[in-house]
Design a protein around this ligand. Structure first.
Ligand code: PGA
Length: 248
């Protein structure tokens, strides 16, 4: 049985004052039916880890460098993020792939760096609207999955997130059939490559998940949770998503 995961990605949002939201998520997380992860901006990781101490909320980062240390001004290594209190790191988010030209090989290297530092990588995949309209979705996802996931990935160190680029922050959500098609495809590829470990990896859906659509998305086959952007900023929204996942 795969334990469900409700993950929040705060992106470039959040100052110290917003940690009160994290505090207000503790009660929902305490139901202990699902794993809960919040990925604040790197500036808040240490304070978020302190704020979450004693609760079941895990803290993650949104990106890491592929190298362990060195002359990379402005970058952060996976070991630094772990040292600050992170247990997870998102790799290959489409905003990194677009804004910072992260390739599949970059994402694999960052994910390997995460494993080496003892972090769990949340590896993101997703097609653009043009790719979906051209009928290329499964080809794109298959290529990204193969190229972005290190050979050393296991059920314990890897979470996959399927996030159609056109559904992120837009309020547009794929049909449940479209979500099922991609999640089932990812599961088959993971099992073919990693066997039982691939069967144990969580596959999250991301892209405009809200309290109002969480129930139906969580009922879809091979959806083991969500990676949530906008609706993870406020405890009132994210708690409802945590509860929906716990009831799924
Ligand atoms: P959204 O973002 O929930 O705001 O659409 C999802 C994500 O990018 O992880």
């Amino acid at each position: 049985m795969r334990r469900k995961l409700a993950a929040g990605n705060w992106k470039m949002n959040g100052l110290a004052a917003n940690l009160t939201e994290l505090d207000a998520m503790k009660a929902a997380a305490a139901a202990d039916k699902v794993d809960v992860l919040i990925c604040p901006p790197a500036t808040l990781i240490s304070r978020a880890a302190d704020a979450a101490a004693g609760s079941s909320i895990a803290i993650g980062a949104q990106d890491c460098h592929a190298n362990a240390s060195g002359a990379h001004t402005g970058d952060l290594s996976a070991a630094m993020l772990a040292d600050a209190g992170a247990s997870h790191v998102i790799t290959g988010h489409s905003e990194r792939r677009v804004d910072h030209s992260d390739s599949d090989a970059d994402v694999a290297a960052k994910s390997q760096a995460a494993f080496d530092a003892g972090l769990i990588a949340v590896i993101c995949l997703g097609e653009s609207l043009a790719q979906r309209e051209a009928g290329d979705t499964l080809d794109v996802i298959g290529t990204q999955l193969a190229g972005s996931t290190p050979d050393s990935a296991t059920a314990a160190n890897t979470v996959i997130a399927y996030e159609p680029v056109w559904a992120i922050g837009t309020g547009k959500v794929p049909t449940l059939e479209q979500i099922a098609e991609v999640h089932d495809f990812i599961r088959a590829k993971l099992v073919a490559r990693f066997g039982a470990e691939g069967d144990g990896m969580r596959i999250l859906y991301g892209g405009s998940v809200k309290p109002g659509n969480a129930d139906e998305i969580f009922a879809v086959s091979n959806v083991d949770g969500a990676l949530v952007g906008g609706a993870s900023l406020k405890a009132s929204d994210f708690n409802a998503i945590i509860t929906a996942l716990g009831n799924a």
